[in-house]
Design a protein around this ligand. Structure first.
Ligand code: GLN
Length: 287
């Protein structure tokens, strides 16, 4: 059985194949897909590196490799992606959670008191809202999305991960009770300028356009969020928004114009402008 398909031979064959097809991280991707086809974890592959695969396993793996080489994101193929240390279910209904969005969670958590209230707009897979709820178990977390399909998956993630999140469907502020005020409003809305969409990788182009397209300057949704946010925040409350690198000046400026006392952009670990944090003035003590 010198040339039967063992994990080791499959991984090195696929690594080369993926490299030719310009798939990112070719070896890691091969391992992740093979582990998925065999319903095991990646370490197991190397414990059984010499054990030939059965026909059904091989068939499952070949199909995954074919779809990945055609540009389907790995996270959709395996149905999950790690975010903030937890596994989230993902599929073509939602944007794949990105590592840089963990910065949004960090910023929102630091501004959220243990028994505070947080709102996550454009929640998608629910990764931000669920991470906030699990990070502050005493807080109330509300999450909204315009896509009923996305919310179905977000609800599933909250249930599986044991997070208490209240979900509401609707277009931004239309989904939020007028009289509720939050300590923190977080959001990773669509913010890619429309003319950049065609130039995105084929993997990103498989993700829902509605989760990416931010209009001509990328600010169409961000602007609506900023304009409505002060009315839904408590005094001293914080708005944390993910943004496009080109919004470095524009988004903090929009926040100041909308009445925020303080607004600043933050960079991600790649050095790219990624977040804007804006704070309302706290009410002054009576003199
Ligand atoms: N960061 C994502 C990307 O670059 C975009 C996410 C968004 O538009 N909210 O693909």
């Amino acid at each position: 059985m010198a040339d039967s398909w063992t994990p080791l031979r499959l991984i090195s064959w696929t690594q080369e194949f993926f490299a030719k097809k310009s798939v990112d991280a070719p070896r890691l991707t091969a391992e992740v897909l093979l582990a998925h086809a065999l319903s095991c974890d990646r370490v197991r592959l190397y414990l059984d590196f010499d054990k030939p695969l059965g026909d059904a396993e091989l068939g499952r793996y070949r199909e995954l490799v074919r779809r990945r080489a055609e540009g389907e994101p790995t996270a959709y193929l395996v149905g999950k992606r790690e975010f903030y240390g937890r596994p989230f279910r993902v599929d073509a209904r939602v944007l794949v959670p990105r590592p840089e969005t963990e910065l949004l969670v960090d910023a929102a958590l630091s501004a959220l008191p243990p028994d505070g209230r947080a709102l996550d707009l454009c929640t998608g897979s629910g990764c931000v809202a669920v991470s906030l709820a699990l990070g502050r178990p005493g807080a109330r977390v509300v999450a909204t999305d315009v896509s009923e399909d996305a919310l179905a998956l977000a609800r599933e993630n909250a249930a599986v991960l044991g997070a208490g999140v209240e979900f509401a469907t609707g277009d931004l502020w239309a989904a939020v009770h007028g009289d509720e005020r939050f300590d923190v409003i977080a959001g990773n809305p669509p913010y890619i300028p429309t003319n950049e969409l065609a130039g995105l990788s084929r993997e990103v182009r498989r993700e829902p356009c509605i989760a990416l397209d931010g209009g001509p300057d990328g600010l169409a949704i961000l602007r609506r969020i900023v304009e409505g946010a002060a009315a839904h925040l408590r005094p001293g409350g914080t708005l944390c928004l993910e943004m496009h690198e080109s919004h470095l000046e524009a988004l903090p400026a929009l926040c100041r114009k909308a009445g925020f006392a303080h607004a600043e952009a933050r960079r991600d670990y790649a050095g790219l402008p990624r977040l804007t944090l804006a704070t309302l003035a706290a009410t002054k003590d009576p003199a």
